[in-house]
Design a protein around this ligand. Sequence first.
Ligand code: FDM
Length: 208
Amino acid sequence: MSGRGALIVVEGIDRSGKTTQCAKLVSALLSQGHKVEVMKFPDRTTETGKMIDAYLQRDQTLDDHVVHLLFSANRWEQCSNMLENLHKGVSLIVDRYAYSGAAYTSAKQGFTLDWCKNPDKGLPDPDLVLFLNLSSKEAESRGGYGEEIYEKVEFQKKVHNNFLQLKSKQWKVIDASQSEENVHREMLNNVNSVIENVKGQQIGKLWL
Ligand code: FDM
């Protein structure tokens, strides 16, 4: 049956397994015959993405407000492309989205969750958010964080709490400490039912 694609977002702190699970999800959906594409934010290939990349790698200092707005702009750049794909019946698996935007910036001093959500209001609203739930301690034990600016256990702990405050009815919290295969199966079951259910539904606007 034809119909629009589903917008599926995968969120979680660093090292919760998002990127691995997105790849497994896409290949499972393709083999079931679905039209599907994977996307990742930040998209480091665009002009805003290059500025974000330089900031994350500590090559460039930027005001925290500016960084936040760059991350948001980096999503708005893809908005029309996302809507076009969804209307063509392509489902999108998105590795990080506006929830990361709000959860990471509001872990910084002087930022409220409310302020952080504002620039992303009106983006396509996900049909499903799969939150890979892992404590910052467990995440760190998976081989330690890398060199990027946010990869510190204390910061990740705040980010984790902020994510949980953003939970809404489209969220499914997945225990990411399970085996890779169990996490995958749980994600795939949720995605399969959402792809079927959204076909006749309009695409909503995030946080509006
Ligand atoms: N990040 C990611 C943000 O701070 N705001 C955002 O809007 C997004 C999408 O950037 F630490 C942070 C999360 C992470 C870093 O993400 C880069 P990846 O997934 O490691 O590339």
